[in-house]
Design a protein around this ligand. Sequence first.
Ligand SMILES: NC(=O)c1ccc[n+]([C@@H]2O[C@H](COP(=O)([O-])OP(=O)(O)OC[C@H]3O[C@@H](n4cnc5c(N)ncnc54)[C@H](O)[C@@H]3O)[C@@H](O)[C@H]2O)c1
Length: 267
Amino acid sequence: MANEDDMGLAGKVAIVTGGGAAEGGIGNGKAAAVLLARTGCKVVVADRDKKLAEETAAIIAKEGNTASAIAADVASERDCAAVVKAAMDRYGRLDVLDNNVGIAHQATVLEETLEHWDTMMRVSVTSMFLMSKHAIPAMVAGGKGGAIINISSISALRPRGLTAYSTAKGAIISFTRALAVDHGPAGIRVNCVAPGPVYTPLVYAGGKMTPEGRERRRESSLTGTEGTGWDIGNAVVFLASERARYITGHTLVVDGGATLTSRRRDG
Ligand SMILES: NC(=O)c1ccc[n+]([C@@H]2O[C@H](COP(=O)([O-])OP(=O)(O)OC[C@H]3O[C@@H](n4cnc5c(N)ncnc54)[C@H](O)[C@@H]3O)[C@@H](O)[C@H]2O)c1
């Protein structure tokens, strides 16, 4: 059931891209979708993998809240348009867009291929352009503005061997600021979350993460706290909510202070 404190989000409609999570885990999008729904927001969970989107929607429904799942590859403009249309058809309005999809890849510029560079930009940056292009007119039509949250990374601020990823995540910060300027007069706030090393399927699925690697990432937090998808989801809910009504064009770093230290401890 919805929270008593709805943060001004009850009855609103949100889209979360990449709202699934592999291996039954909690990703940043999945957590944001569940937490938005707990405020009373109706959530369209979009994921390339329909089964994963359905798992998130099922968790939301089990809690007595409202969500629907849709299969969409956000690298495709047709799919992005279809996600916005689904929100409008099912719930009649659109208020919040969590542009969450991103892919990671470790390579220096010498190791990188043009093909992979292009894929990185398409999936991680162009996808946010396409989703925003289709979502903003729907938000404006609702007459109450809206909130867009783009997921960047501390890799944009403190690169660490993932050059294409760092570049994509840096572009997202500039994209956020440009959108905030262009669409502020329409009542649309646009902010960015830059997560630190959080324990999501992106980093561990398929046995990618050793226990030592996980521990190194936890230790990169100044308090020794392991970041999770819930930490990112809570930041997304805050920026989407009325509590952030005077915040736009901002990049909120959510990393337990990892960027304050220069030691390379987060694997
Ligand atoms: N996990 C971290 O440590 C970390 C750190 C910094 C930033 N981030 C960012 O947070 C965001 C979410 O990351 P996560 O760790 O939760 O990832 P995740 O891989 O655990 O979940 C992402 C979901 O996105 C879906 N997806 C992937 N490509 C897609 C596409 N083209 N279209 C639609 N859906 C697609 C996947 O199927 C998956 O369900 C990403 O932008 C990532 O770069 C993560």
